[in-house]
Design a protein. Structure first.
Length: 572
């Protein structure tokens, strides 16, 4: 029996695509359990595939699946519906199963209005989906009513079975890294918070369950052996249990895993000890849900953190050379110019280096959504509209759209206006053990201004000047190839090839086999007509397409047609 698992495309494009392009780790747990039961299983990330009916048909016709399971979030539900419709056109007998946070709360809506959906898996789906697939395989559909966590149609009407019990010991689940390559991991299930805008409490519960440190680091190590060196750890509160986090970091270091990773946490679960271990183990960014600088707004969102905890978390994170990222929500119940100013004041105090601004939206499964439905006597049929979400301000007459847009403008303008000063005020702790990591931190930050996220932001002024200063700060701590390369390229852009050669030559002393530094140095030599010296750098990398182009150009300038022709042939 062929089972296909799909992570559908979203309705709208994302500014921060990394937030949706990495598939949820849950889809890999489901697939791993089926693998261990010897099912023919394949996963498709449709974020990266064609979206026209013709393109969808071509992919599905090639798969010939008997069961198709969809990992559905609010943003990608229409993608799942559209793919399902094409799948049913190809094979009316294929069984379509929706699972994930949105189907858990909208199971009746989906089964009422979308006949192409046969079943909904509610809650944690690994064992539920496996039992469902077994029933479908044996054509024993009467037993489906005995499976906990299922919704289906009975006499054409949607019904659900009993809720599924959460997996108590997460380590009993097969390790997905044995079978699949991915970079999106989670240590825990559940969140101690109970925020009104988040569906996690109702889906996972507020009791936090953990993988063991061994299980978690085994995943990292198996992926590392595949060549994956960056990971996104997406727990709501990765640092909830200090001893577990420290043990994970210790194992990463002891196993020699040279990795980098992002994490998410709450400001009230951050200490110097945890952050120090995380930095030494490769963490380069921590995201915090600040939500608002106004205690009144945070109370309305049931975000139980204080300004002092926020300030402490950002100070500690920054001091250890970890990029601090803040999530800020605006357009909340009771939002005013004054509460926005409180957010601005807090931002200017904590000095985050990245902020993701979100307008408050209503999602199924959240307390805010339930209140909205009660207030307006609405049903879930509102999601028949082709939209991803409902913005809270659209439901509150006290928040005109123009005012909310002005809130966003004020927040954004303030951040970009002050970001250069935030960068200037970075004060890393003076710990020689962390010097190489400090150098890495500054050089990564420089890249964001040089040719990364901030390079195109006009409000930041002279981004090259900021980047150059950061690259030089980096090298004050420790040699790092990124800094030498960045400085060399900045000098090249300014046509200062002599200084570029000086900087890059110093880089070659530390990193003689670094391809990019050698090629960049070769280009600087070429611009000064020093082609023999350029070849001394470039010929080290005769298998590199980038280098071969420049090698051929050097031989052309040196009137050596035989070697020029020989290297041009390598490009054919």
């Amino acid at each position: 029996m062929k089972v296909l698992l799909i992570y559908p495309y979203c309705l709208e494009d994302r500014i921060h695509a990394e937030n949706v392009e990495s598939m949820p780790i849950g889809i890999y747990y489901v697939a791993a359990l089926l693998k261990e039961k010897n099912y023919d299983i394949e996963i498709l990330n449709w974020q990266r595939l064609g979206r026209t009916p013709e393109e969808i048909r071509e992919v599905l016709a090639d798969q010939r699946a008997d069961v198709i399971g969809f990992s559905i979030l609010q943003a990608n539900r229409w993608g799942g519906i559209e793919i399902s419709r094409v799948a049913k056109q190809i094979n009316p007998d294929v069984k379509i199963v929706f699972g994930g946070i949105t189907p858990t709360f909208l199971w009746k809506h989906f089964l009422t209005h979308f006949p192409e959906i046969d079943y909904v898996v509610r809650g944690e789906g690994e064992y539920t989906f496996l039992k469902l697939v077994k029933c479908i395989e044996k054509r024993d559909l009467k037993k489906i009513r005995d499976i906990r966590g299922i919704a289906y149609r009975k006499k054409k009407k949607p019904v659900k079975t009993l809720d599924v019990e959460p997996v108590r010991d997460l380590d009993e689940l097969p390790n997905p890294a044995k079978y699949f390559a991915y970079e999106h991991l989670a240590l825990t299930r559940g969140c101690p918070g109970n925020c009104t805008f988040c569906g996690s409490p109702k889906f996972w519960g507020q009791r936090v369950r953990f993988h063991s440190a061994d299980y978690f680091v085994d995943q990292l190590e198996l992926q590392y052996k595949r060549g994956i060196t960056f990971f996104l750890i997406s727990d709501d509160t990765f640092t909830f249990k200090k001893e577990r986090v420290i043990e994970i970091c210790r194992q990463i270091i002891e196993r020699g895993l040279k990795i980098t990773w992002f994490a998410i946490s709450r400001v009230n679960f951050i200490t110097k000890e945890i952050v120090l271990w995380m930095r030494k183990a490769g963490c380069i960014q921590i995201s915090f849900g600040v939500e608002s600088g106004s205690p009144k707004i945070r109370e309305a969102l049931n975000k139980k953190i204080s300004n002092d905890q926020i300030k402490n978390a950002f100070k500690i994170t920054m001091q250890h050379g970890i990029l601090s990222r803040a999530y800020i929500i605006f357009g909340c119940p009771g939002e005013t110019r004054e509460t926005i100013q409180e957010s601005i004041d807090l931002i200017n105090e904590i000095k985050p280096l990245v902020i993701i601004f979100h307008v408050l939206v209503l999602f199924p499964g959240t307390a805010l959504y339930a209140a909205f439905k009660n207030r307006f006597n609405m049903s879930d049929d509102i999601w028949l509209n082709r939209m991803e979400d409902i913005m809270y301000f659209e439901t509150d007459q006290r928040l005109p759209r123009e005012q909310v847009e002005n809130f966003k403008k004020r927040l954004s303008n303030n951040f970009y206006q002050n970001l250069p000063s935030f960068v200037n005020e970075i004060d890393l702790i003076d710990d020689p053990e962390l010097y190489p990591m400090h150098a890495d931190f500054y050089s990564r930050l420089a890249m964001t201004f040089d040719h990364g996220e901030y390079s195109g932001v006009e409000a930041l002024g002279d981004k090259t000047k900021i980047a150059e200063k950061l690259y030089r700060k980096s090298l004050q701590y420790h040699p790092v190839p990124r800094a030498f390369l960045g400085l060399g390229m900045i000098r090249q852009k300014k046509r200062d090839f002599t200084e570029s050669i000086e900087i890059l030559s110093e880089g070659i002393k530390h990193f003689p086999n670094d391809e990019q530094i050698n090629i960049c140095l070769g280009i600087s030599y070429m611009n000064l007509g020093r082609f023999d010296e350029a070849l001394s750098c470039l010929l080290k990398f005769q298998e590199s397409v980038q280098a071969v182009n420049f090698i051929a150009a050097c031989y052309r300038e040196l009137n050596d047609p035989d070697n020029e022709t020989a290297f041009l042939k390598k490009l054919q």
